[in-house]
Design a protein around this ligand. Sequence first.
Ligand code: SF4
Ligand code: SF4
Length: 314
Amino acid sequence: MADLPAPPTPTLSAIYSAFETRQGDGFRDHLGASLIGKSCARALWYDFRWATPARHTGRILRLFETGQLEEARLVRDLRSTGATVLEVDPDTGRQFRVEAHGGHFGGSLDGVALGLLEAPRTWHVVEFKTHSAKSFAALVAKGIALSKPQHAAQMQIYMHLTGITRALYMAVCKDTDALHIERVPADSEIGERLLEKARRIIFAQQPPERISSDPAWFECRFCNHHGLCHGEDPAAVTCRSCLHSTPVEGGWHCARHDRRLDAADQRGACPSHLFIPDLVPGEVTDAGDDFVSYRMRDGSTWTNDAREEEVAAC
Ligand code: SF4
Ligand code: SF4
């Protein structure tokens, strides 16, 4: 009898790799309300500028899917209490969506609910989340604001932009299926502060300060942008990392070619691309219309030369 292949089996690898193939390019068109509570503004700026594509393993992608699949069950559970739960906006047939800052900031609600036993006449923003046992225990012990500030921020933005005054956070523990439910009142001051944070990040031409200059800082160790922020990894070449691009109302604009950039343009960039200098691990020593020269951190020199690229592309 042939020996069984050592784990992981080809079938397991194929399942995970199917998830990886479907994950797209790792760039999100807008700054997401679900992320605005992140503690490091620089990481959010890198996200928005597509500095490093988000890549996840097949196992993690499957875990994300578990969270999405759980939502239908949580809706059913809520409805079993007599509540009305709308997952989509009856006017559009799509998820309820909020947007601000010329469409560069936004997010989609899991749903809205009316007829909750705690406050039957008040509409609530509904947010569903799945948790590990450890995360769930912290949530139960400390509440959402302290244990999951990112989720709390997401709900404040949803309430602020919809005008709904209450949110219902419904969490499930993936290990035990225990539920945790918490109602959160809208706080317009927090909502305004978060909106302003989003505005600063979207329209900043340079990255905000690092949350820590120590590459071993715990938030940095888990950050997708670690290699770029603390090391020498190059940023992705797209219009978002180009010094000629600016976010404008409803899209992006290229000053070099004086034209609007659609999502496909932004992904493709063009031969005139020049990195925003803060994305290069060096110091600017010279610059012209189509080039920027650097002294790199290791002492070498490098010229980001769009003249050569443009000639080569002709
Ligand atoms: S590596 Fe650290 S400082 Fe840099 S973006 Fe990430 S969290 Fe912020
Ligand atoms: S110069 Fe090219 S890469 Fe830069 S923003 Fe314009 S189109 Fe994009």
